[in-house]
Design a binder for this molecule. Structure first.
Ligand SMILES: *Cc1c(COP(=O)(O)O)cnc(C)c1O
Length: 412
């Protein structure tokens, strides 16, 4: 049971007074994104028939095809593929890289080391199925003080042919900041001036509907994200999306399914309604997640913790980091988030060797969908300086209760 301590309640109300302006801004963005979603539903004449499902090969699944048209509208993209056959975001990123790259090609990350689950995909550890095992080369340009290192990017582009550039907007398990789209737009313009053919691929995980624009509108060629994050709205049971140029999406579809069959196949097995309903709720769910993050940022800052972003900083994603400086408090905070969850509130998470991650990781996610991080969740690799990555919150009210429980677990 969650009992709310008076002292904590006071701290929360003080913080809530201090963050009113931020909440107003978040409400406005959610209103705009809701209009975008509603118009996409209406333009594509969504009807009950689209909730029907296919089995087997999944030929002629009009619900699936309509979902993909809606994603095109929302992202202003030529084409999209939105499937539960993508296990999650990591799988969609993997399929996209394998679809677009050929032996001898080079791809380059310009936001430092990509998300941890891509280590084995790229082949840092010489995984036998990695891109490296297919003789696909990797180059990396790190951010300097959270800015693109444009000089080094330009130098590398002039030095040798780069096939694809990856830009990861959210920070993953790094300490850098997330990247707003105006900065991405600026760097894409500079890159395209030097090489107009290089494919710009965006890892858009955690960033959808945080702002008013999405990556394709500002010049990216292809963008990838997870449905157990923002756009799934907490309702999609799994899956991921890829949106972008038509020729690129065709390559991705033929790698996910079968060359020659591409988007034509893929049974939906009853999830069309969940994907549509999740997308419908997504602007509001992202809003709740952002408010939960801003609240956590302000309360923990008031208590003297180092937080990022600060409550009044412009946000590019839904992730809030809190630096604890020691493993004990970090673990207790994560465990408190679990205790404040609707599901599995009695099981206490412990750090473990999760597949795809280098350090031990603790993951608190008492979610309706396993591993969903659009539901209130908190995770952390157990390494210095002991930073918790907090995100999600299907509603602000539940998000707040989770933060209260986690606070009580460390300070009472
Ligand atoms: C979560 C995340 C991924 C992986 O998505 P999953 O759905 O968890 O596989 C990739 N990149 C970034 C930046 C992420 O935050």
């Amino acid at each position: 049971m969650i009992y709310i301590d008076d002292k904590i309640e006071k701290l929360i109300s003080i913080a809530e007074e201090q963050i009113k302006k931020q909440f107003e801004k978040i409400d406005k963005i959610a209103q705009k994104n809701s209009l975008k979603v509603l118009n996409a539903f209406q333009n594509n004449k969504v009807a009950e028939v689209h909730f029907q499902s296919t089995t087997g090969y999944g030929y002629g699944d009009i619900g699936r095809d309509t979902i993909e048209k809606i994603y095109c509208d929302i992202f202003k993209a030529e084409d999209s593929i939105v499937r539960s056959q993508f296990i999650s975001g990591s799988h969609a990123l993997t399929v996209t890289l394998f679809a677009l790259l050929r032996p001898g090609d080079t791809f380059m990350s310009i936001t430092g080391k990509p998300y941890d689950t891509l280590d084995s995909v790229i082949g840092f550890n010489n995984n036998k199925s990695s891109l490296r095992s297919y003789n696909i080369n990797y180059e990396q340009v790190d951010l300097i003080n959270n800015e693109f290192d444009i000089d080094l990017i330009e130098k590398k582009l002039k030095e040798k042919k780069i096939k694809l550039i990856e830009i990861q907007r959210s920070r993953g398990y790094s300490t850098r900041k997330s990247i707003c789209l105006d900065k991405v737009e600026e760097v894409i313009k500079k890159i395209k001036k030097i090489d107009n053919e290089v494919i710009i691929m965006i890892d858009n995980c955690y960033c959808e509907f945080v702002g008013e624009k999405e990556p394709i509108e500002i010049g990216a060629d292809i963008a990838v994200g997870s449905l157990i994050k923002n756009l799934g709205g907490g309702i999609a049971p799994n899956g991921a999306y890829v949106v972008g140029k038509k020729d690129l999406i065709e390559l991705v579809a033929e790698r996910l399914t079968v060359p020659g069959q591409g988007k034509e196949v893929g049974p939906t097995l009853g999830i069309n309604k969940n994907i549509l309903q999740g997308l419908f709720l997504a602007p509001s769910v992202v809003k709740s997640s952002l408010k939960t993050a801003v609240l956590a940022s302000k309360v923990l800052e008031n208590l003297g913790y180092k937080v990022d972003p600060k409550f009044d900083e412009l946000r590019a994603d839904i992730v809030q980091t809190i630096e604890f400086g020691n493993p004990d408090e970090l673990i207790k905070f994560c465990q408190g988030i679990q205790m404040g969850s609707p599901i599995d509130s009695n099981s206490i998470p412990e750090p473990w060797d999760m597949p795809g991650y280098e350090d031990k990781v603790i993951m608190a996610s008492g979610a309706f969908t396993a591993g969903s991080s659009i539901e209130l969740s908190c995770d952390a690799p157990i390494r210095k300086p002991y930073i918790a990555y907090l995100q999600g919150g299907l509603t602000y009210e539940y998000g707040k209760l989770g933060v209260i429980k986690a606070l009580q677990n460390i300070i009472i």
